[in-house]
Design a protein around this ligand. Structure first.
Ligand SMILES: Cc1cc2nc3c(=O)[nH]c(=O)nc-3n(C[C@H](O)[C@H](O)[C@H](O)COP(=O)(O)OP(=O)(O)OC[C@H]3O[C@@H](n4cnc5c(N)ncnc54)[C@H](O)[C@@H]3O)c2cc1C
Length: 374
């Protein structure tokens, strides 16, 4: 039985003594163009000390770490204000996909550069007409004499502007779910253009990606032709898992809000009540996270509710910044962090599957309720 307190102490000491590259900040799941250099150096340092790809098998350089250890590491990174890896898509989504479905050659080629932070991947799933209903996607991959030719458009592709490869879900036939296939796409292939989208907080982390006559070799296919949906579900499941583990950073933000409320003189009884209610929700979230960790089972229903609870709580915390700052939310640059959180909080209940879709998943797959009418 692992000793959680001892693991936490070890990780805490490691993070405290780790040299931080100039310009490193806790940028979250995805670095901007400006974050990449510091993020890469930080990731390399973590890799050299065995702290990246914690959930990967040892034969691919991972640590085969328990869910407890992964949780503690995520929490301690949040507490220390550092990212826990260069970008989430590469390590948490693409790694497990390649390990489970990739050929030996693909695993040899791609896993080590991800582990070391040398190559970044972007998730090329969503399209203008296919988000929640992802299987409605229209980007086509057609067989050619040398491999595949891809045409279509993706959108909201996080990190695409800084990515070396894309994990592309494309249509290889007419049947909605059964004719989707997964590909590894070099982002510098002729025919690919990436247009950054500017977010509400003025940062630019996601992008539109246009694919026009992009030629891929046969070895770009991951898994079998028609296995894309099965592979996508593995990637999306991992994404939900990762996004659910943010309780500690929310406690930190709650403290910042409280300090700001005192400084701005806005901590009246109404705001105090709202802040206390949110604080109680954070503890509920923290306990659910602990239950999921104790369960040790990555398919635990506790993980399914975590994404939903985390994103809605984070959004509500962000919204509270307006109550705390009052009109200063619009004009006071000293509180930029709070305003930023308020703005990006809107994305939480959309990314990685919207709250409505999470509720459908919980109702249908966890509680066994009747399927929604289509
Ligand atoms: C910050 C951020 C980063 C992202 N990164 C990536 C990425 O790297 N790669 C990628 O591929 N995608 C990414 N996405 C896209 C994300 O997965 C989609 O935005 C999400 O799945 C919702 O799809 P949509 O935007 O097309 O909305 P829609 O599917 O059009 O939904 C619109 C509204 O209708 C509701 N709705 C839809 N269907 C149902 C239903 N059956 N029942 C009830 N309500 C429903 C939704 O909940 C939502 O409120 C990112 C999104 C964000 C915000």
């Amino acid at each position: 039985m692992e000793d959680g307190a001892q693991l936490r102490e070890e990780v805490h000491r490691f993070l405290e003594s780790a040299p931080r590259p100039a310009g490193l900040r806790d940028y979250g799941a995805t670095p901007t163009v400006e974050d990449v250099e510091a993020g890469r150096k930080w990731h390399r340092y973590l890799a050299e000390h065995g702290y990246t790809c914690l959930h990967w098998p040892r034969e691919y350089g991972g640590a085969e770490a328990s869910v407890l250890f992964q949780g503690i590491f995520a929490e301690e990174c949040a507490r220390a204000g550092v990212p826990r890896q260069l970008n989430i898509t590469s390590v948490d989504l693409v790694g497990p996909v390649l390990i489970e479905f990739g050929t030996a050659q693909q695993r040899r080629r791609f896993l080590e550069p991800i582990r070391l932070g040398d190559e970044i991947w972007s998730q090329l799933f969503s399209e203008p007409g296919a988000g929640s209903d992802l299987a409605a996607l229209r980007t086509r991959a057609e067989r050619t004499s040398r491999g595949w030719r891809v045409d279509g458009q993706k959108v909201w592709s996080s990190a695409a502007a800084v990515a070396d490869y894309g994990l592309l879900l494309a249509r290889t036939g007419p049947r909605k779910h059964l004719d989707l296939s997964m590909f590894a796409v070099p982002m510098d292939a002729p025919g690919i253009s990436v247009r950054p989208l500017v977010q509400i907080d003025a940062e630019s982390k996601f992008n539109e990606v246009f694919l026009e006559g992009v030629e891929l070799g046969s070895d770009a296919l991951i898994g079998e032709v028609g296995q894309g949906w099965e592979i996508a579900l593995v990637a999306l499941g991992r994404e939900r898992l990762t996004l659910g583990a943010q309780a500690v950073s929310m406690f930190r933000f709650h403290e910042e809000l409280l300090d700001a409320a005192r400084a701005h003189g806005t901590l009246d009884p109404a705001l105090s009540r709202s802040m206390t209610r949110l604080w109680a929700r954070l503890w509920l979230l923290r306990s659910t996270w602990q239950r999921a960790i104790d369960d040790g089972n990555l398919t635990s229903p506790a993980f399914s509710v975590l994404k939903l609870m985390t994103s809605e709580t984070d959004r509500d915390l962000g919204d509270m910044a307006t109550d705390v700052l009052g009109v200063d939310a619009c004009v006071d640059p000293v509180d930029d962090d709070l305003v930023k959180h308020m703005l990006v909080g809107r994305a939480q209940t959309i990314l990685g599957g919207t709250s409505e879709i999470q509720r459908n998943i919980l109702g249908e797959r966890v509680l066994g309720l009747p399927k929604e009418p289509q």
